[in-house]
Design a protein around this ligand. Structure first.
Ligand code: DGY
Length: 314
C-alpha cells in the first residue's frame, strides 16, 4: 500500500477512507529523526492550509509525488519548489466559496449593526436599566471594495446583492466584470465604505493592506479580512482602530494564529472569529471529501481533480 504522511488533523470520514487505501503515518506521532529514516517510503502527504509542508519535511521526502491540501489557501506550501521537484499539489477550491462568503457578510453586518455591543447590552440588563441602545449604522447602499476578485470574492459580491451595494475591486489584473476596477489599492480604499480582503496569502500580498490603505478607508470605514492574516499589517491595523483612523474591523484571520493580540481583543470596534470562514460541518465535510478524492485519484490513476494553478501542467 502507498505510504502517506498526514500532517494536521483529519475527520473520521477522511481517516476511514485513507486507512482503507494507504498506510497512514500521522506526523503528530513522529519527529524529524523518524522522518529521516522512513521518509523515502512516503509518496503522498495530506496536510492543511495552516500546517502546509515545511521545507525540512519536503527535504526529508525524496520520493514525494503529491501533496493534498485540505483548504483552498496553500501559502504554507512552497508551490514553486513543489513544481521544481515535480510534486503535484492539490487544494479544495469552490466547495467553500459560499461558506466563506457568508462569513464575510456576517462580519460586515456585525460591524455595521454593532451585534457585539447590542448583544452585551441585552445580556447585561442595560436595556432594562438604561432604555434603548444607541443607534447603529445601515449596511444598505454601501460602496464595497473587494481585494481579490477570485471565486470567493465573486461569491461575496453575489451574496451582498440584497444590501444594494456598489461593488468595486482591486486585483492583479482587470477582469471581464461589470464592477469598477482600481489598479491602486489605496485609491480604492479611499472610495470605499468597506474593504473586504479575500486575496491569497503569501509573499506577494504580505501586508498589502498597510497604514496608508487603512487611513484611506478612514474613520467611517470597515475592514473585513477573510483571507490570510499576513495580508494586513496587524500592528498598523491596531494603531488605526485605537486612534479612530479606521472605524471597524471584522477579522477571521490573524498574523500569528491562534494568537490574537490583546489590543485587538480589547477593542470595542472589532468582531473576531477563530479562522472559521469555512468551518461548518457541511462545508468541512465537502473539503475533507475533496482532499481524499484528490489523494486517492492520484494514487489510483496518477491524476487529480483540483490541482493548484501552479501545478496545472504537471
Ligand atoms: C482556506 O481553506 O484556505 C480557508 O482559510 C479555510 O477557512
Amino acid at each position: 500500500m502507498p505510504e502517506v504522511l498526514l500532517i494536521g488533523g483529519a475527520s473520521d470520514a477522511m481517516l476511514t477512507r485513507m486507512e482503507a487505501a494507504c498506510t497512514l503515518h500521522q506526523w503528530a506521532d513522529h519527529d524529524m529523526a523518524w522522518l529521516q529514516s522512513n521518509g523515502a517510503a512516503i509518496t503522498h502527504v495530506v496536510t492543511n492550509g495552516g500546517a502546509g509542508v515545511q521545507p525540512a519535511i519536503m527535504d526529508a521526502l525524496p520520493n514525494l509525488k503529491m501533496i493534498s491540501c485540505y483548504g483552498v489557501g496553500y501559502d504554507s506550501i512552497d508551490a514553486a519548489e513543489a513544481v521544481r521537484r515535480g510534486i503535484m499539489v492539490t487544494h479544495t477550491p469552490d466547495v467553500l466559496n459560499a461558506e466563506v462568503a457568508t462569513t464575510a457578510v456576517l462580519l460586515m453586518l456585525a460591524c455595521y449593526r454593532e451585534m457585539r455591543r447590542d448583544d452585551a447590552y441585552v445580556r447585561s440588563g442595560a436595556w432594562e436599566t438604561h432604555g434603548a441602545a444607541p443607534l447603529t449604522r445601515s449596511a444598505e447602499n454601501q460602496t464595497i471594495g473587494i481585494l481579490g476578485l477570485g471565486r470567493i470574492g465573486q461569491a461575496i459580491a453575489d451574496k451582498l446583492a440584497p444590501w444594494n451595494p456598489t461593488i468595486v475591486y482591486h486585483s492583479r489584473s482587470k477582469k471581464d466584470v461589470a464592477y469598477t476596477y482600481y489598479a491602486d489599492l489605496t485609491d480604492m480604499a479611499a472610495a470605499c465604505d468597506v474593504l473586504i480582503c479575500i486575496t491569497p496569502g503569501g509573499p506577494s500580498t504580505n501586508k498589502l493592506v498597510n497604514a496608508d490603505v487603512l487611513a484611506a478607508l478612514g474613520p467611517d470605514g470597515t475592514l473585513i479580512n477573510v483571507s490570510r492574516g499576513s495580508v494586513v499589517d496587524e500592528a498598523a491595523l491596531i494603531d488605526a482602530l485605537q486612534s479612530g483612523a479606521l472605524g471597524w474591523a471584522g477579522l477571521d484571520v490573524f498574523e500569528h494564529e491562534p494568537h490574537v493580540p490583546k489590543a485587538l481583543r480589547d477593542l470595542p470596534n472589532t468582531v473576531l472569529l477563530p479562522h472559521a470562514g469555512s468551518a461548518t460541518v457541511e462545508t468541512r465535510a465537502a473539503m475533507g471529501a475533496l482532499t481524499v478524492d484528490n489523494l486517492l485519484q492520484h494514487i489510483e490513476k496518477g491524476t487529480v481533480i483540483s490541482a493548484i494553478p501552479e501545478c496545472a501542467d504537471l
